[in-house]
Ligand binder design. Structure first.
Ligand SMILES: Cc1cc2nc3c(=O)[nH]c(=O)nc-3n(C[C@H](O)[C@H](O)[C@H](O)COP(=O)(O)OP(=O)(O)OC[C@H]3O[C@@H](n4cnc5c(N)ncnc54)[C@H](O)[C@@H]3O)c2cc1C
Length: 308
């Protein structure tokens, strides 16, 4: 793993910096590159524009590893209210949640009850899918078990898998079954070389191998695959493989983060593929933002530019 990425990921986990950095004015200015604003209303305004251009939208409220279970209830209530707002505005927006923001570390049963409430409300009011983000590797197995348990109650749940983990080949074989909804990403956390590919080229190769495995299944209508990446070289390889397998364009769905390579995503949509953007909002953006800097350390120059 390259050194600046390691430092930035270490910073993302440091609680002292977590308190200090978000107060800096130039950092607050710089985060605008990755989020339309801290409130759900700013997120909705951005979503309305994207939806008009046939770009799908997924929302996520930032925050993770809460320390009081009462916070989980607030997050759950926030999502339930948001679902009503989205419904009233007749917008087709999906949600993606982080389990550790809903009490996964503190009380798994409470977390499950809250997720069940959210997923039932999503099904009833929006009729689309609730996605579960994948967090650091200490949560991988528990998240998969939790997802499977939620899926027995409601099929409209999806999960994210990370190509940098060696285990993902097996996890994918296990999870690629009827009614699966899977978002494949490279992985954003600091992981040991014993469990994750340390070199980017190997992560990219594994992503492509996993994608090929998914493409073989993609024609089954009950399965939904989302390629969550900004890597245009990889995307074009996936498209080439799909053409070779005679898979039609509407089966391919690419998802990117707000503010990153969004023009390319629009271009993919114009070419006939499905495209969507994940919009993050909320004031707990520190750890998430540091992971975005770690993905592309050149972003730090953008932060520094804001000092002046
Ligand atoms: C929709 C979506 C959902 C995600 N959900 C999760 C999740 O649940 N769990 C998880 O661990 N990770 C998640 N991620 C993050 C993911 O794991 C990667 O860290 C991130 O997408 C960067 O990898 P990449 O595939 O874009 O490829 P890279 O090889 O890192 O990037 C390819 C190109 O994209 C551009 N780029 C990438 N990142 C940035 C950036 N931050 N700023 C500016 N340009 C950039 C650069 O031009 C770069 O050359 C998600 C990503 C997306 C797109």
């Amino acid at each position: 793993m390259n050194i600046s990425r390691t430092i930035l990921l270490w910073m993302s986990e440091n609680s002292l910096l977590k308190n200090k950095i978000p107060k800096l004015k130039f950092v607050r200015k710089a985060i605008k590159k990755f989020m339309p604003g801290e409130t759900e209303y700013e997120a909705i305004l951005a979503a309305e524009k994207l939806l008009k251009d046939d770009i799908g939208v997924t929302f996520t409220k930032l925050g993770e590893n809460i320390t009081q279970i009462a916070e989980a209830e607030k997050v759950k209530n926030h999502y339930l209210q948001l679902i009503q707002i989205i419904k009233n505005k007749k917008l087709n927006i999906e949600l993606s949640i982080k389990l550790t923001q809903l009490g996964f570390d503190l009380d798994e049963e409470v977390c499950f009850k809250y997720c069940e409430e959210i997923i039932n409300s999503v099904k009833l009011n929006l009729g689309n899918t609730l996605f579960i983000d994948m967090e650091g590797s200490s949560y991988t197995q528990r998240t998969i078990d939790f997802y499977k348990r939620l899926k027995t109650i409601n099929q409209n749940v999806g999960i994210c898998l990370q190509a940098y983990l060696y285990r993902t080949q097996n996890d994918l074989s296990d999870l690629l079954v009827e009614n699966s909804k899977i978002r494949l990403v490279k992985g954003a956390y600091r992981e040991a070389k014993e469990i994750a590919y340390p070199l980017k080229k190997d992560v990219d190769k594994n992503y492509l191998d996993l994608s090929k495995k998914m493409l073989m299944k993609i024609k089954e209508n009950s399965i939904r695959i989302i390629f969550g990446t900004h890597d245009d070289i990889l995307i074009e390889k996936i498209i080439k493989e799909a053409k070779y397998l005679n898979i039609s364009k509407e089966h391919l769905e690419f998802q990117m983060l707000y503010g990153i390579k969004n023009e390319y995503l629009k271009d993919l949509v114009k070419r006939g593929y499905k495209g969507s953007i994940l919009i993050a909002y909320g004031n707990s953006w520190y750890a998430w933002y540091m992971r975005r800097l770690a993905e592309r350390p050149a972003n730090i120059w953008f932060v520094l530019k804001n000092i002046f």
